[in-house]
Design a protein around this ligand. Structure first.
Ligand SMILES: Cc1cc2nc3c(=O)[nH]c(=O)nc-3n(C[C@H](O)[C@H](O)[C@H](O)COP(=O)(O)OP(=O)(O)OC[C@H]3O[C@@H](n4cnc5c(N)ncnc54)[C@H](O)[C@@H]3O)c2cc1C
Ligand code: FES
Length: 279
């Protein structure tokens, strides 16, 4: 059995700059047996540490089908640990516990099969593995739409994937709230200017769908309001929440909101489970 308190050493195989402050790390456990037993689902996270610098929860953003071979983390530099992370290079080591949390619901378990993904800023990171998974044929069978907002074009993550997603039948709409787009499209995806909620007024939003949302807390309320106008029920809306974490496994209470632990009961919650809590 894998001890959830025990960090396992992982090697950085490659790392690349995604934006000015986000780097994408491709990692493998040093112990190949540990890697073979590493199974995660989209939307789950790991606790990643560097000795002397600390440990932080980070979403896994590669596809779950590759989990026993490698995993990827996209990390934004904000403070002590993430700054140290950005100074690492291929061949360096970090320490990883997990995977933890529940992740996004599986499509086969959802009553509404069309899907709307709404991501704001770095909140797009936990949606990436879902977008990739859905681009393997799902977008041809059901309607899938992604709304993704950042401050400007330079902040867009995972740009190299956009064409493949659209080719697979996924509609991708981008919007920037600080700097007007210089072109009408980025990698084939239409882009506009304004807050992400503006898209609900300017484009056709997929109907009869389940919505997955992740972004800054302020975004949740406004996006949920728009979804309600389109008759999405509370049970059709899922949110991925972020809280400061320590243990990652429901022991220390650092991540509690009301009677829920974000690390163990979440980070993904169906809206009716949290709509009475202070998000
Ligand atoms: C479930 C989960 C998944 C996450 N996934 C990712 C991911 O995929 N990529 C990524 O870049 N980041 C992710 N984060 C956020 C990441 O954990 C924090 O940015 C990290 O802990 C910062 O550590 P630090 O030592 O560099 O910064 P600190 O020195 O600890 O803090 C720097 C600044 O960031 C703020 N901050 C730190 N942690 C959080 C937090 N959790 N929520 C809000 N503000 C915070 C602090 O208040 C401070 O202002 C995730 C967080 C959670 C809870
Ligand atoms: S991080 Fe310890 S209970 Fe959630």
């Amino acid at each position: 059995m894998i001890n959830p308190y025990l960090p396992y050493q992982a090697k950085i195989i490659k790392c690349q700059k995604e934006t000015e402050d986000v780097k994408l790390f491709h990692l493998k456990f040093t112990d190949s047996a540990r890697q073979k037993r590493f199974h995660f689902w989209n939307g789950q996270f790991v606790q990643v540490g560097i000795p002397g610098k600390g440990e932080a929860p980070i979403n896994i953003c590669s596809q779950s089908k590759d989990s026993t071979k490698y995993f990827e983390l996209a990390i934004r530099e904000v403070g002590q640990l993430t700054k140290a992370f950005h100074q690492l290079k291929a061949g360096d080591y970090v320490y990883v516990r997990g995977p933890f949390g529940n992740g996004w619901p599986k499509m086969k378990n959802l009553p509404k099969k069309n899907l709307l993904l709404v991501g704001g800023g770095c909140g797009f990171i936990p949606l990436k593995s879902t977008a990739e998974e859905l681009s393997k044929g799902y977008g041809k069978k059901y309607q899938v739409q992604i709304l993704y907002g950042t401050s400007d074009e330079s902040q867009l993550l995972f740009k190299k994937q956009y064409k493949a997603w659209q080719k697979a039948g996924i509609e991708l709409d981008l919007i920037f709230d600080k700097k007007r787009p210089q072109h009408k499209t980025v990698q084939g995806a239409k882009c506009g200017f304004g807050l992400i909620t503006k898209l609900f007024k300017t484009i056709k939003i997929v109907k009869d769908a389940t919505a997955f949302i992740c972004g800054p807390p302020i975004m949740f309320n406004f996006v949920v309001k728009e979804l309600k106008k389109l008759r999405f029920g509370d049970e059709d809306i899922y949110l991925s929440l972020e809280r400061r974490m320590t243990c990652g496994i429901g022991i220390c209470q650092h991540c509690a909101i009301g009677d829920k632990y974000v690390c163990k009961d979440g980070p993904v919650f169906r809206y009716d489970q949290v709509n009475n809590l202070e998000l």
